[in-house]
Each structure stands twice: as C-alpha cells, then as structure tokens.
Design a protein around this ligand. Structure first.
Ligand code: IPM
Ligand code: MG
Length: 372
C-alpha cells in the first residue's frame, strides 16, 4: 500500500476537465489496488494571474516542491494573450509582461525537471484518424526526450529594447555542457530498455549551441556502446517524422526543437489530445523516486473549453506515467495504459478522434476497463 502526495494544477481552458478525468482514474486505481493518494489542487497560469496577479503563486510552487508528483492540465488562452497592458514585472525581467506560460516554465525550472519524456505510440484502431498514410505508420513507437529547463526558453539576455529608434527583441539560445550531458544520459538509458537507438536532433550546421550539443551527446554515447547514435538536423528530422516515422526509437533534442517536433509527432497518433508527458530530474520524492511533473502535451484549447468534450487520454496516460515513475506502481501504470488501449480498441472515441463521447464518458470507459 502506497501513500503518496499528489499536487494537481489544472490550469486554464480544458485543463480542469482533463485533470478531473485523470483524477477519477487515479482514484479508481487507488481504490482497487488499496493505495492512498492525497491530492491538493493549486492554481497556475492565467487563472492564477487573475486571482493572485502571478502565473505561479508562491503556495503553488511550495506545494509542488513538497509533492511526490504534480499533475498539470494546461495553461494559457486568448484572454491573457495581450499582457502588454498589465503591470507585471515581478517574475520576469522587465519589460516582458507576464504570460500564463511563464507559470509553467517557472514551475519546470524550479522543480528541476530537465528531461521531458514524450512517448508517441500508435493505437492500431486509430490509424485512419492520422493524416499520414497507414503503411507509413506501421511500427511507429518512438520516445522524444526533450530537454526542458534550458535553451532559448530560458537563455539570457531575453529582452526588448529600442535600438536606432525601433524595437528590437532578443532571445538567447544557450546550452552548457552539463545541461546537455544529463539529458543525453537519460536518453541513452531509456534507449537501453527499448530498441537501442538514439537520434540526436540539432541544427549543428548553423548554431553554436547545437555544435556543443552534438559534441557532448557524442561523448556521452561512448558510455553506451550497445546503443547506436545518429545525428539528425532538425529540419530533416521534421521531414523524417512524416516520411519514415517508424525509423525512430529515442529522439533527444533541445527544448525548442522538442516542443515543435512533438506537436508534429503527436498527430501521427490521430490527435495531439492523446499524447502524455513526464518531466523528470534528479530530485527524489518522499518515496525515493523521481519527483515528476506530468502533463498532456496539448494546450488549453480555448475553443472547446468548458464544454466537457475534451479528449482526456493525454492526461490519463500522463497519470499512468506518474504512477510508474514517481509512485513506483508499475502494475497499476500498466493497468491504466491497458485500459486506455482497450477502450480505444472497443470503439471509444472523443470528438477529436471522430467519435461522440464526451470527457466524462471517455473517463468512465477507461475506468470500466481497469477491470481488476
Ligand atoms: C508544451 C507547451 C509549452 C512549451 C508552452 C505552453 C509554454 O507548448 O509543453 O509543449 O512550449 O513547452
Ligand atoms: Mg508545445
């Protein structure tokens, strides 16, 4: 019997709906396997800006740092898209005004979750929902390991200024050796449990930070002679993800390239609503396991928010990763993943997948298939 502390940060848009669905699944797991998950909910993102004037309130951060794991929904929305009018210099170097996304970025950075695991697995019954031809999808089973706390997302300087009478904006793409090394080790270790192939994605023909990336990944690869390594330029990788996605096993890449490529990879599965993620680092939780941040890769989907029709699979599968990595509940994680697969095989589909189930009905279907 496991006692664990789970912090929920549902966030904005469809976030509360999909986190609510995943929480029901986690509660069903707790009941059926005899565990106790203590859950507490905290604001993050746009709703936190509205209520507290900051996208990551101190109480939210404090709770997340104490938790065994954090399950997050989504942040952002058109309501907070023009932050220029707001006076928010507290969290970010001025003159950049606060956006909901900064709450998430600061949470990732503060939790030190530098490795973002985004598995892309196909459900055979959903092949027709993919924009890519079914024959190209045969055998697709890839894992993107996206570096999450560095790169142009966090590099300094990051600013706006007036130069020669016009506005200039600067972001800085920066990587240090240790940032690259630690995420590369994770990619190689994960590849060992899979098909033993790492594809490192960079833009080394243009960017200095990518040349360092390639150099350090190559050095790290020496410690894993059983794992093959290839280097792929990001533009080519974007093409290969469509033209021969099954050729990839583990992809390891920087924060920005990983963000872009995982949206692309997600539609191979028919809908980006299906994709989960786990963000891990070296910090351990009270169970002696990695303290992780778990979130679907999709956004807040303001167009369907509040309608109860969002696809909860990405968040439910994130909850399965949470059970596996942060709670050490491997059988339970397998049970959730198996239940999702069976529900989909049995024809359960939300609207994004061409069906007509709502969020609650999809969650019910998964819980029904937990079948313990
Ligand atoms: C993601 C999202 C975030 C990111 C946004 C919401 C800041 O797109 O998790 O992929 O860019 O990392
Ligand atoms: Mg993204």
């Amino acid at each position: 019997m496991t006692h664990a502390n789970l912090v929920l940060t549902p966030g904005d848009g469809i976030g509360p709906e999909v986190v609510g669905a995943a929480l029901q699944v986690l509660q069903a797991v707790a009941d059926r396997f005899g565990h106790t998950f203590h859950t507490q909910e905290y604001p993050i993102g746009g709703c936190a800006i509205d209520a507290f004037g900051t996208a990551l309130p101190a109480e939210t951060l404090e709770a997340a740092l104490k938790a065994d794991a954090v399950l997050l929904g989504a942040v952002g929305g058109p309501r907070w898209d023009d932050p220029s009018a707001r006076d928010v210099s507290a969290m970010y170097p001025s003159p950049i005004a606060m956006r909901p996304e900064q709450g998430l970025l600061n949470l990732r950075k503060s939790m030190e979750v530098f490795a973002n695991l985004r598995p892309v697995q196909l459900y055979p019954e959903l092949l027709d929902a993919s924009p890519v031809r079914p024959e190209r999808l045969q055998g697709v089973d890839l894992l993107v390991v996206r570096e999450l706390t560095g790169d142009v997302y966090f590099g300094e300087p990051k600013l706006r200024r007036v130069v020669n009478g016009e506005l200039q904006a600067i972001d800085t793409m920066s990587y240090t050796e240790h940032e690259i090394r630690r995420v590369a080790h994770i990619a190689f270790q994960l590849a060992r449990g899979r098909r033993k192939k790492v594809s490192s994605v960079d833009k080394a023909n243009v960017l200095e930070s990518s040349r360092l990336w390639r150099q350090v990944v190559t050095e790290v690869s020496q410690a894993y002679p059983d794992v093959s390594l290839e280097h792929v330029l990001v533009d080519a990788a974007a093409m290969y993800l469509i033209s021969r996605p099954a050729s990839f096993d583990v992809l390891v890449t920087g924060n920005m390239f990983g963000d872009i490529l995982t949206d692309e990879a997600s539609v191979l599965t028919g809908s980006m609503g299906n994709l989960p993620s786990a963000s891990l680092g070296q910090v351990q939780n009270s169970l002696g396991l990695p303290r992780g941040l778990y979130e679907p890769i999709h956004g807040s989907a303001p167009d369907i928010a509040g309608k109860g029709i969002a696809n909860p699979i990405g968040t439910i599968m994130s909850a399965a990763m949470l059970l596996r990595y942060s709670f050490g509940l491997l059988v339970e994680a397998d049970a959730v993943e198996g239940a999702v697969k069976q529900a989909i095989a049995g024809g359960c589909r939300t609207r994004d997948l061409g069906g007509n189930l709502n969020t609650q009905q999809m969650a019910n279907a998964v819980i029904a298939h937990l079948g313990i």
